[in-house]
Design a protein around this ligand. Structure first.
Ligand code: 4AD
Ligand code: MG
Length: 432
């Protein structure tokens, strides 16, 4: 048997005989020729099989091959400018590894619920593979960005004793007989401790929110990367955030053009994602929204529509800073210039994608932090360790969290975040 090749490396085998191991994606036949689209996980290629080349018997067998049959195909690689990917295989033979009967996802249109119920199969489609490859690239770019800047990865626990982002979206878990743990909403509080130990640190893992809202932006389980830096200010966090997003987008444009093309993404909308990003205060954002005719009042948080309208006014992500402290989390440092504002920032992605990053400068004063914990009716015992960070060498520090699925959804130009993660968890979805 000729050497085994992966479709993604096929150019190296031009003119040679190879063995491909994969699945039949699609097939069409004319009287004397079968055109098989074979995929092997690394790509798709057309295999042309003529009766003359493979013989009467095998040719007849190929006529019964069904979608997703596992097959091993041999043939000669041939450059062909018309072929997707630039190469075709002139088939010389095949063997069936195992059958696939009545594959439920046919090339015709299916509804989203139908596909979501079969997500474990749906991910075999070209489009879903493209999204997952972009996701991989985004994650790889994020890791490189921080690792190349001297950040230390220090992951934070999933089982936690207390809330970071408000008590209304906690998922409780029975932790042995008599304890309730909560799935983490954010690694931030532990990140702050890690930053006091390691200077520049990040965590990257799954986070959980019992979001009862059915929107195109919310998952109940999502992946978040969270950097935290000792001695950093709000401005430092904004600088870091915009450089991170610039570098992630540049990386996907550099490495994943074919996937973006598969997704029919208008990449001109991504080419403009260059630093510096515009920065506006919350107060200016309110003025802009009022100017656009939206019924907003100073003091409230932004809804999805507000974010869509605001982000639509810019050709790259916009940083909105200094929200009213009252609508933000307990750990935010007040703006010394105006104490009812928090030194926080949200980054809103353009084209209606809305918030992709949230963060800011942390409250580093012991007394005020204790007061905030009480004001928010959080159990002080559970936060004693966090208060220790203000007891023993407290310093200014800042960081943020970026939701991977929101970023992938925006970069891919998707309707909904449910396609950005292999197995989405939503209000009404826990299967497969
Ligand atoms: O704005 P959030 O809630 O900020 C925090 O959790 C901070 N503690 C992070 C930090 O400063 N270390 O969430 C951060 C980001 C959002 O901007 C969004 O991208 C994403 O996490 N996110 C979600 N993504 C999908 N589904 C959800 N339900 C999300 N909630 C937040
Ligand atoms: Mg937020």
């Amino acid at each position: 048997m000729p050497p085994v090749a992966y479709i993604q490396d096929i150019a190296q085998f031009d003119g040679q005989d190879v063995t491909l191991r994969g699945w039949l994606h699609n097939r069409r036949s004319s009287g004397k020729i079968h055109f098989l689209i074979v995929r092997d996980g690394t790509g798709f290629i057309q295999v042309v099989m003529s009766k003359a080349d493979i013989g009467e018997q095998l040719f007849a067998r190929a006529d019964h091959l069904t979608q997703e049959t596992a097959i091993v195909v041999t043939g000669r690689v041939r450059a062909d400018a018309r072929a997707k990917g630039g190469f075709e295989l002139t088939g010389s033979g095949f063997t069936v590894v195992s059958e696939s009967v009545d594959y439920p996802i046919t090339p015709k249109e299916h509804g989203v619920d139908y596909l979501m119920d079969r997500r474990h199969l749906w991910i075999r489609s070209q489009r879903q593979q493209a999204v997952l490859r972009v996701r991989h690239e985004v994650i790889d770019a994020v890791r490189d960005f921080f690792n190349n800047r001297g950040f230390i990865l220090a992951d934070t626990p999933i089982f936690t004793p207390s809330a970071c982002e408000g008590t209304t979206t906690l998922f409780p878990v029975q932790y042995f007989e008599d304890t309730t743990a909560y799935l983490t909403q954010s690694g931030q509080l532990y990140n702050e401790a890690n930053a006091m130990a390691l200077g520049k640190t990040y965590c990257f893992g799954p986070t959980f929110r019992a979001e009862k809202s059915k929107t195109r932006r919310h998952l109940t389980e999502f992946w978040m990367v969270e950097p935290e830096v000792a001695y950093a200010t709000l401005d430092d966090a904004m600088d870091l955030a915009e450089h991170l997003v610039e570098s992630v987008v540049a990386r996907v444009l550099d490495k994943r053009r074919p996937e973006l093309a598969q997704l029919e993404r208008d990449t001109s909308k991504l080419e403009t994602v260059r630093t510096p990003f515009p920065r506006i205060s919350y107060t200016e954002a309110i003025e802009r929204l009022k100017g656009a005719g939206l019924p907003v009042e100073w003091g409230g948080d932004f809804g999805g529509t507000d974010e869509t309208v605001l982000s639509g006014q810019f050709d790259r992500p916009v940083l909105v800073h200094r929200y009213p402290a009252a609508v933000k989390a307990f750990y935010m440092k007040p703006d010394p210039q105006q104490l009812d504002l928090a030194l926080c920032v949200d980054m809103l992605a353009p084209e209606g994608y809305g918030e992709i990053i949230g963060g800011g400068q942390r409250l580093d004063d012991y007394d005020l932090l204790l007061q905030r914990i009480k004001d928010h009716q959080l159990p002080q015992e559970a936060f004693e360790w966090y208060l220790d960070l203000r007891r023993y060498g407290s310093v200014p520090h800042a960081g943020f969290g970026m939701g991977i699925e929101r970023v992938v959804g925006w970069i891919c130009g998707l309707e909904h975040v449910r396609e950005t993660i292999p197995y989405p968890r939503l209000l009404y979805r826990l299967y497969p």
